[in-house]
Design a protein around this ligand. Structure first.
Ligand code: UTP
Length: 474
């Protein structure tokens, strides 16, 4: 498309302000702005302006016919132990056959943590201060050895952190993984708009662009060629997890097995909510489909509703851990009649040029960002399955600098997990009432990355060390 026709297209769409300073830009600046503009799907922006921005912030979610989604309970909570055992076997077979790839979404901006750098480079482990990426890398490496089949690992970055992420891995020699098995690709971007629907500029030669949400990962997997690579390699089971949660059992045979045996296109983990108002999405059904309803969209009365036994009715909280079928992702990415992730509106403070061309950092929300959420794929999936997991085994994200879901809570949860693994082997460990040891210790994922692998490694260990301060099992 010629430069002129790109500009013309924006003018016709009522977005001519994007080129307000175009004539004053250097040739380089003009080229940069045109390249960004060419990325924009103006019809999509027009639709989002109509449906999300013009409609106002309070676009109510349809809650008609909503009910709690069924899920597979863990054996200790009344689930069928034989089916869990069968699932584990099926998942192990899938791992041995090389059908599984790990997939981390790491394109977020991590604003709440306030850390300068890709979030995956943030140090999280209690003793060795390993960064998040290293924790996952070692789990993936160890699982590849355990099942005799190295796993591919796909990492979705953003335009902002892509180079820094790649450089970090190169600097650390891919943490022992085969370079050819680690794949990086950028997620898509969306322009931010003002409350009047006009696309904002962050500089005279740059649109205010931001990552299109973790749901953008489905499109990005397709566009980047990752799905084709998986197909060539015989991978059809994608283990999706977020970069901020080092506890995640990213290689969990039972999880994969439920997915395989259920002929599911998307399988998710739930944890029982810790309390009624916990800020997590809720697994629900609606019109025969599985959906996740955000806490902000579920009326408080429903969040607090209890059943005859006094248990919360909407108990199943989403912790952003999923298994995706490769061809399902392809179908979602290609889209088509009624098959597409919806965009959500987020009102944000967006640094942008004012009418005089000066950059303004607003004190309150001045515009809208558009994001897709991966859990919105669930209603499109055939035979979706939700399984229960123990929070302590799978979920302790680093979201905030302090308080809830912070480096401190995550560190403590890692320590408690090491203690549980040790105690399961009959080792005495001194802790407080919450299971937290007094001093830091650490288990490398290369030693054990879950209860089973830890038990096997411990059995082989001779002599057995004492569980005292500074213990590092590697
Ligand atoms: P969060 O919802 O916690 O967002 O992302 P965030 O951008 O990382 O952090 P805040 O809200 O600015 O503090 C959950 C997961 O989804 C990924 C993040 O990297 C994280 O793993 N994500 C989020 C993306 O990959 N792309 C996005 O556009 C948004």
């Amino acid at each position: 498309m010629s430069d002129h026709s790109v500009i013309e297209r924006f003018r016709n769409a009522g977005q001519g302000q994007v080129f307000a300073y175009f004539d004053k830009l250097s040739a380089e600046g003009q080229k940069a702005l045109l390249a960004q503009a060419a990325e924009i799907d103006l019809a999509e922006i027009e639709r989002l302006n109509r449906t999300l921005v013009a409609a106002g912030a309070a676009t109510g979610v349809n809650l008609e016919g909503l009910a709690p989604a069924p899920y597979e309970r863990r054996p200790e909570n009344g689930g069928d132990a034989a089916r869990w055992a069968a699932a584990k076997q099926a998942g192990e077979a899938a791992l041995r056959a090389g059908r599984v790839a790990a997939f981390t979404v790491a394109g977020g901006q991590g604003t709440r943590l306030g850390y300068d750098g890709p979030k995956g480079t943030f140090a999280v482990t209690p003793l060795k201060q390993k960064p998040l990426f290293q924790v996952f890398a070692e789990k993936i490496l160890a699982a590849g050895k355990r099942y005799g089949k190295p796993l591919h690992w796909f990492i979705m970055t953003s335009h902002a952190n892509h180079e820094a992420t790649e450089a970090f891995f190169a600097e650390h020699k891919y943490f022992g993984l085969d370079r050819g098995h680690v794949h990086f690709f950028r997620q898509g971007r969306m322009p931010a708009v003002g409350f009047d629907g006009k696309i904002l500029l962050e500089a005279k030669d740059a649109l205010a662009l931001s990552p299109d949400g973790h749901g953008g990962s489905l499109r990005a997997l397709e566009r980047s060629g990752a799905l084709d690579l998986m197909q060539r390699e015989g991978v059809d089971i994608i283990s999706y997890f977020q970069v901020d949660n080092p506890l995640v059992r990213c290689i969990d045979p039972a999880f994969f097995g439920w997915h395989v045996l259920g002929k599911s296109e998307m399988t998710s983990k739930m944890v029982p909510k810790a309390y009624a108002e916990e800020k997590v999405g809720h697994f629900c059904t609606q019109g025969g489909r599985t959906v996740v309803v955000e806490y902000s969209d579920l009326p408080m009365a429903q969040q607090r509703e209890t059943d005859a036994t006094g248990a919360l009715r909407y108990l199943a909280g989403s912790i952003a851990i999923h298994v995706l079928d490769r061809e399902f992702v392809r179908r979602m990415a290609k889209g088509g009649e009624g098959v597409a992730l919806p965009f959500h509106r987020a009102d944000k403070k967006i640094p942008a040029l004012d009418a005089a061309g000066n950059l303004v950092k607003p004190e309150k929300a001045n515009g809208v960002k558009f994001e897709m959420f991966v859990f919105d794929a669930l209603p499109f999936a055939r035979n979706p399955v939700v399984i229960e997991t123990r929070r302590a085994d799978d979920f302790s994200p680093v979201k905030n600098a302090t308080g809830l879901d912070s480096p401190q809570t995550c560190r403590d949860d890692q320590l408690r997990q090491y203690v549980r693994w040790l105690r399961a082997q009959g080792v005495a460990v001194e802790t407080d009432a919450t299971g937290l040891p007094k001093e830091a210790m650490e288990v490398s994922p290369l030693f054990g990355y879950d209860e089973d692998s830890f038990a096997d490694a411990w059995a082989k260990l001779s002599p057995k060390p004492q569980a005292t301060a500074g213990l590092y099992l590697s």
